[in-house]
Design a protein around this ligand. Structure first.
Ligand code: DP6
Length: 311
């Protein structure tokens, strides 16, 4: 599809994670979260009229019974109530599958933008974000570039639970996508966070941890203090993983190579390199560093895919 009638949304990596829902139907989070978008890496989506509902991903039609296709069509159904037309949804992801990044965040954000265009809704960004959230929580943050905060909100209808961009840039920031394993994981984020909320006593400490980390990240970004940003993001990710491990049945997304990579990061830090990591519900690491460390980081992690979130 040519780019004039398609809508793009970037992927994002959370520095303060969203983990746990207070409302499973509306995707309302237990805590606020903060992410950085991945610039040109993301999803491009187009919605058009069709004889039958069709979902296309990277040029190939997805079987109607597929979990992904059903989620996309269920999302479209939120907007076409009372009408009977069918749609064709075409999405291209330029996220290298080899990077092991989830595409649901950029996917639902781009789909929301495409729906807004197709139905001529002209919704404001905060409303687009709140709707994208219903497709996938992390999609609420993919409506914007740069640093983004998803405010948890307190309303039961969720209309105050949407993301907003932070008006601060950090051109030196780098994110390295370190692939450990890109196979499909046994327990996805949705099932994983529900299990954690339901079974891990340790989860009780998570909302406090997340609130404190969010504050620290705001300060780190305002001060452009990379040490504070890196320390906070890494501790936040490991705290989230601690609640996963404390679930039952246990959820351990790490593989031996994930732990080996963490140890390489810690060793590099002991040698004076300002290098940190964050991880989501999977075995891959996202490395955090600044431009001046790039050569040293590449020596330790050859072939690393490096993203410049601020161009
Ligand atoms: C660990 O947004 O994929 O990546 O709302 O159920 O679709 P659903 O979950 P999802 O969860 C993302 C979890 C995370 C942390 C984060 O991105 O904040």
């Amino acid at each position: 599809a040519d780019s004039s009638d398609t809508q793009f949304a970037p992927s994002n990596i959370a520095l303060c994670k969203y983990w746990g829902k207070r409302d499973v139907e509306l995707n309302l989070p237990v805590n606020s979260s903060l992410s950085v978008s991945l610039a040109h890496l993301g999803s491009r989506t187009k919605v058009s009229v069709s004889d039958s509902d069709q979902v296309w991903l990277n040029g190939a039609q997805v079987a109607a019974g597929d979990k992904f296709a059903r989620k996309v069509i269920a999302f479209i159904d939120l907007f076409r109530r009372g009408t009977d037309h069918c749609v064709r949804v075409e999405t291209e992801n330029n996220i290298p599958t080899a990077a092991g990044l989830a595409s649901s965040a950029s996917g639902f954000a781009a789909l929301m933008l495409a729906i807004d265009q197709f139905y001529g809704l002209n919704l404001e960004p905060s409303v687009l974000s709140a709707f994208a959230r219903m497709g996938s929580g992390s999609a609420s943050r993919s409506l914007y570039e740069g640093f983004v905060e998803w405010q948890m909100g307190i309303r039961e209808d969720g209309m105050d639970s949407f993301a907003l961009p932070l008006d601060v840039r950090w051109p030196q920031l780098r994110i390295g996508l370190l692939k450990v394993d890109t196979g499909e994981k046994a327990v996805d984020s949705r099932a994983g966070m529900n299990r954690t909320v339901d079974t891990a006593h340790l989860y009780q400490s998570w909302p406090l941890q997340a609130a404190a980390d969010l504050e620290r990240l705001h300060q780190a970004i305002a001060d452009q203090s990379f040490t504070c940003l890196g320390e906070t993001a890494e501790q936040n990710a490991l705290s989230m993983h601690a609640t996963m491990i404390a679930s039952w049945p246990p959820l351990l997304y790490w593989q031996p190579d994930s732990v080996a990579a963490m140890q390489t990061v810690w060793q590099a830090r002991a040698e004076g390199l300002e290098l940190y990591f964050t991880m989501d519900a999977g075995p891959n690491l996202k490395l955090l560093f600044t431009a001046d460390a790039e050569t040293a980081v590449n020596q330790r992690f050859p072939g690393l895919e490096v993203i410049r979130p601020f161009g």
